[in-house]
Design a protein around this ligand. Structure first.
Ligand SMILES: [Zn+2]
Length: 329
C-alpha cells in the first residue's frame, strides 16, 4: 500500500448496513478507477461520484448483482481509501448528460439518448475524486443467481434499480440469503496490528473461473433459482459442491426440464447416478445395502427429501429411477 492509501479493517459485523453492488453485464471483471481490475469474488471499486459511496463501511453486508441476478454476497472486511485521484468524464455537448453512446458507423460519432442529438466531440472534464475498494476477505459466498433482480428489489428500500450501490434491508436480506441455503462464516478473529490485510488471493482467479463455469449452465441456474443452494438429500451446501442432477438417466432430448432435475451435492449425485441411492415417489431417500458400512450415507436411509411439498418435481420420473435402481440391490 502506498502512503496515500488508508485502510480500515475488521469492525463488528453484527451491526452495520447492507448494500447491493452492481457489476456491469455478465462481466466478471471490470476496470476500477485506480487502474486495477476487480475480481468480483474479492473486491469492488467505486468512487466519490457514486451515490451512497460515503455510507459503505467495514462490517456492512454486500450482495453483488448484475442486471439479472445476485452473483454472491460477503461482508466488507476491509476498505481501502485512495484520496486525490482523478477521473476523466465525458459529457454530451448539448445537455451535459453522461448517457451518450458511440455509434458503430454513423456520423457524427456520438448520440445522446437524453436530448436525442448527435455530436463529434463530447465535453471532457477531469474530476477530483476519492477512490474506494471494498474487500470481502474470506467471507464471500457464491449465490449463483439464487435470487433474481425482482427478489433483490423487494429487499431494497430504494426504487432505483440502476444505482451502482443500492441500499438493502440488512436483516431481511440476510434472512433471504440464509433461506436459500447460504451459510456465512462466523466473524474472524483479528490478530495483531492492522488486522486482516487485504491481499490478492492466489486462488482468486481460479475461483472466479469456476464460478463463471457454474453460471453458464442454464439447467443448473434454473434449479438454483427454484431450490436455492440446498442439496435435496443432505441440505444446505457450498455452491462449489452443488450440481444439477438429471433424474432421467438416459434422456433422449437435449432439452432439460426443471421437473426432471434436483440440486444434489456432488457425492450424492454420484451415488444417485451409480445406482447406490434412490428416491421413491413419496420423496423418501433409499440407500443401497452395500453402503451399510458407510455411516455418512446409510444414515440417509428413510429420510425425506428436503424440498417443498409442492416443488415442481416429476414423481413419475423419480419412481422410474427408483424402480430400476432397487431392482439391482
Ligand atoms: Zn444530450
Amino acid at each position: 500500500m502506498t502512503e496515500a492509501e488508508t485502510a480500515e479493517t475488521a469492525a463488528p459485523r453484527e451491526q452495520g448496513r447492507a448494500w447491493s453492488f452492481l457489476v456491469a453485464g455478465d462481466d466478471r471483471q471490470f476496470q476500477g478507477n485506480a487502474g486495477y481490475e476487480d475480481i468480483v469474488e474479492e473486491s469492488y471499486s467505486y468512487d466519490s461520484t457514486v451515490s451512497n459511496h460515503q455510507h459503505v463501511a467495514v462490517g456492512d453486508l454486500v450482495v453483488v448483482r448484475n442486471g439479472k441476478e445476485a452473483l454472491g454476497a460477503g461482508y466488507v472486511e476491509a476498505l481501502q481509501v485512495l484520496p486525490h485521484q482523478e477521473k476523466v468524464r465525458s459529457r454530451c455537448r448539448f445537455c451535459g448528460s453522461t448517457g451518450f453512446k458511440e455509434r458503430a458507423t454513423m456520423l457524427p460519432r456520438f448520440w445522446c439518448s437524453r436530448c436525442k442529438k448527435a455530436f463529434d466531440d463530447p465535453v471532457v472534464e477531469t474530476l477530483p475524486i476519492t477512490a474506494f475498494r471494498a474487500h470481502y476477505g474470506g467471507t464471500w459466498q457464491p449465490l449463483d443467481g439464487c435470487l433474481d433482480k425482482v427478489q433483490l428489489s423487494e429487499l431494497s428500500p430504494s426504487r432505483s434499480h440502476q444505482q451502482s450501490i443500492r441500499k438493502m434491508h440488512r436483516h431481511r436480506t440476510l434472512e433471504a440469503i440464509k433461506a436459500r441455503g447460504v451459510r456465512f462464516p462466523g466473524q474472524r478473529e483479528v490478530d495483531g496490528e492492522g488486522g486482516h490485510r487485504p491481499q490478492e488471493l492466489p486462488g482468486g482467479s481460479r475461483r472466479a473461473t469456476a464460478s463463471v463455469r457454474r453460471g453458464q449452465d442454464a439447467f443448473r441456474k434454473a434449479l438454483v433459482r427454484q431450490y436455492g443452494l440446498i442439496c435435496a438429500v443432505t441440505g444446505a451446501a457450498p455452491a462449489e459442491v452443488l450440481e444439477a442432477a438429471h433424474l432421467r438417466p438416459f434422456s433422449n432430448t437435449q432439452h432439460h426440464r426443471l421437473e426432471e432435475g434436483l440440486m444434489l451435492r456432488s457425492d450424492v449425485h454420484r451415488l444417485f447416478d451409480s445406482g447406490l441411492l434412490a428416491i421413491d415417489s413419496r420423496l423418501v431417500v433409499h440407500v443401497a445395502p452395500s453402503l451399510a458400512g458407510h455411516e455418512l450415507y446409510s444414515a440417509l436411509e428413510g429420510t425425506p427429501l428436503r424440498i417443498a411439498h409442492d416443488a415442481p418435481v416429476d414423481r413419475a420420473v423419480i419412481a422410474d429411477h427408483h424402480a430400476a435402481t432397487v431392482a439391482t440391490w
